[in-house]
Every structure is written in C-alpha cells, then in structure tokens.
Design a protein around this ligand. Structure first.
Ligand SMILES: Nc1ncnc2c1ncn2[C@@H]1O[C@H](COP(=O)(O)OP(=O)(O)OP(=O)(O)O)[C@@H](O)[C@H]1O
Ligand SMILES: [Mg+2]
Length: 245
C-alpha cells in the first residue's frame, strides 16, 4: 500500500537548500546543491550512499553545511535554536539513533516538550495517544524490550505526536511488517504536515507528485513519482544486465 493523497490544503513550509556544500568525514557529499523542497509530499530515492540521509540531516539541522544555507520558510534552520523542533522533525533510519528515554511513554512525551507541556501533562497525552492507537500496553514497556520494527514504530509515533511542520522520514518502512507499513502509509496520507520520505521501497513514493533521485550527491532526476521511479528502476536493470558475463 502506498500513500496517495495530501489530507489538507495547508501550505507546506518551504524548505530549501541554497548552494550547499556538505562534507562528512573525508567525503564531499554535496557541492553547490540548490534544492527547493516546498511540495507537501516528496520522495527521496537512490543507491546506498547517494546522500538521502545526509540531505534529511541537513534539513533538520543535524548537519551544518560548510557553505550555503538551509532554510525553512526563508529562516535559517541552523539559527533557529529552540524553535527548530516545531519546524522540522526527523525519524531516523536506525531507531536506536533516535530513542533517548528508557520507556515508550517517556520517549513520546519528549516530543511534546517544545509545545510547552509540563512533564506530567506530556506523559498523560502520550498515554492517551498510545491508547487511541490500541497500544496502551506499550506505555511502560522498556524500549529495549521492543523488537526493531516496534522501536521503529515508536520513533514514528513520537514524531507524529510532536507535530513539527515538516516530517522527515529516513527509510521509515525498513523494519516494518506489512500491516505496520500499511498503517504508516495511511498515517502519511492523512498527515496535515509536509512529509519527505527516503525509501528503497518505491511503491511507497511512486504516487507522490514529486520524487527526487539522488546519485552520488547530485540530482539525477526530479519529477513525478511514476516517471522518476521508472527511470531509476530502468537504470538499475541496465546496471545489473551489464554485470552479466
Ligand atoms: N558518519 C559519516 N561519516 C563520514 N561519512 C559518512 C557518514 N555517513 C555517511 N557518510 C558518507 O556520506 C555519503 C552519503 O551517505 P548517506 O548516509 O547520506 O547515504 P544514503 O543515501 O542515506 O544511503 P543509504 O541508502 O545506505 O541509507 C556516503 O558517501 C557515505 O559514505
Ligand atoms: Mg540513509
């Protein structure tokens, strides 16, 4: 199942990279990358190492560019400080890079901090949220007692509850079983915010109006999901065929 619609007519925040250079370790990941990202649904695809995670990390301020700017509605993401979690939030590729607290309810409550809720109120809201989704039993569970896919779900729930203006999802389907993938796709379809999703599972972004194919830190294709996904699949087929003796 894949997300197909944008639930409201709210204008998304205009995320934008301008002339960005990003170095990670000894790798120059992006050089003079300019990329406006204003559409409500954007897919990011491309080979391992293409730069998908690096792009999302830039957008939520976890990476600082060596040159250029990362903007959210013309405001510098890196200068935003305490306001930033209200603008952009990221679901990490590896849930263990995201989760900080020992129990599920504490982790979910963390996302409510920027909204100004006191700890008790935030935890009560997190409990209610879990109950709405039939997951009340998870509230007091130790995060370490959950499976990889369950931890990935906690990361998504945490982001959903935090309600930043823009949701950045890095391979969110990677460890999810089929029912959870379907539920996530449904959540994404219904979310009123902007959602940017990186994935190797093209079915989940094929219907998006915009998909960006990254290749070695450059934009190889940028356009409607159907055509960009087809072009990537075609390229992969050709590369595999070229490997045959
Ligand atoms: N922590 C790091 N230190 C140094 N270089 C890194 C680091 N993380 C990624 N890189 C390099 O940055 C480049 C882009 O990596 P990135 O993780 O953004 O790719 P990706 O498209 O998300 O790949 P994948 O599909 O495997 O998740 C790669 O060349 C990678 O080797
Ligand atoms: Mg990645």
């Amino acid at each position: 199942m894949s997300a197909t619609t944008f639930a409201t007519d709210l204008p998304p925040p205009a995320l934008e990279l301008r002339q960005v250079r990003l170095q990670r370790g000894r790798t120059t990941v992006f050089e003079q990358l300019t990329l406006p990202l204003a559409e409500p649904r954007i897919g990011l695809i491309g080979d391992n190492g293409a730069g998908k995670t690096s792009l999302l990390r830039l957008l939520c301020g976890l990476e600082v560019p060596e040159a250029g700017q990362v903007l959210c509605s013309d405001r510098d993401v890196h200068a935003a400080g305490a306001q930033r979690p209200r603008w952009v939030g990221m679901m990490f590729q590896n849930p263990d890079d995201q989760i900080i607290f020992p129990t599920v309810v504490e982790e979910l409550a963390l996302g409510l901090q920027p909204h100004g809720y006191a700890k008790k109120e935030a935890q009560a809201r997190a409990h209610d949220f879990l109950a709405q989704r039939g997951l009340q039993d998870w509230a007091t569970r130790a995060v370490t007692s959950l499976s990889q896919g369950q931890r990935q779900q906690v990361c998504w729930l945490s982001l959903l509850l935090a309600e930043p203006q823009s949701l950045l999802l890095d391979e969110p389907y990677a460890s999810l079983d089929l029912p959870s993938q379907a539920r996530l796709a449904q959540d994404i379809a219904q979310a009123p915010q902007q959602v940017i999703v990186s994935t190797h599972l093209l079915a989940h972004v094929r219907s998006f109006s915009r998909v960006i194919w990254l290749e070695q830190g450059r934009i190889r294709a940028d356009g409607a999901g159907t055509s960009v996904c087809a072009a990537y699949e075609d390229d992969v087929r050709q590369r595999i065929a070229a490997l045959q003796p």
